[in-house]
Design a protein around this ligand. Structure first.
Ligand code: COA
Length: 158
């Protein structure tokens, strides 16, 4: 692995938003991301040769963690970077019950990624996203991964 997974903060917002604009249909503004970090969202970064190659933004409510954004730069995909970001989140989530997320129905790459990472479909939200023009909508697929098994398995190996 020739990249590092580190915690991010306000100093990383400009680079994170630049990567988001490259990769997501609806990137957050720098102001929204700064407000989210101030409100307690967690940011993990994958850094390769001093360059941001991916990030994972998450929030937590009680014992549920919500993955808000998981992004890897196109030139760094299929090298296990998203898997490493997710594993770092799981490792830092002892005592939490589950990971949750919404993904666009058309986002086959992300759905395959999450399926491989042991997430299961747990619901749908009809017309959750707008796409292109304001009239067009797209469903969200809700996915979840229970963490207690992860923590239990880790405890058994300690
Ligand atoms: C989804 C995304 C984060 C995956 O990042 P990544 O670093 O390439 O993922 P990994 O290398 O860790 O992939 C792990 C596994 O997920 C699956 N996977 C990842 N990308 C895939 C793709 N495009 N097609 C099919 N399966 C894929 C594969 O099983 C892969 O294992 P393999 O490479 O050994 O076959 C990346 O494609 C991305 O940034 N997409 C744009 C942003 C986005 O849609 N984010 C999700 C919603 S917020």
């Amino acid at each position: 692995m020739n990249y590092s997974i580190v915690s991010g903060n306000n100093d990383d917002v400009t680079n994170v938003c630049a990567l988001a604009r490259q990769c997501l249909p609806e990137a957050w503004s720098e102001r929204s991301l700064r407000s989210s970090l101030a409100a307690g969202f967690d940011l993990l970064l994958a850094v390769k040769n001093d360059t941001l190659s991916g990030y994972l933004l998450s929030s937590h409510v009680l014992d549920e963690i919500h993955i808000m954004q998981l992004v890897v730069a196109p030139q760094h995909r299929r090298q296990g970077i998203a898997s490493s970001l997710l594993q770092a989140l799981v490792t830092s989530s002892a005592g939490m019950n589950s990971l949750q997320l919404e993904v666009r129905a058309s986002n086959i790459a992300a759905r395959r990624f999450y399926h491989k990472a042991d997430f299961v479909v747990c619901g749908h939200r009809k017309n959750y996203y707008t796409t292109g023009s304001l009239q067009a909508t797209e469903d969200a697929i809700l996915m979840q991964r229970l963490l207690q098994t992860d923590n239990h398995e880790r405890n058994n190996h300690e």
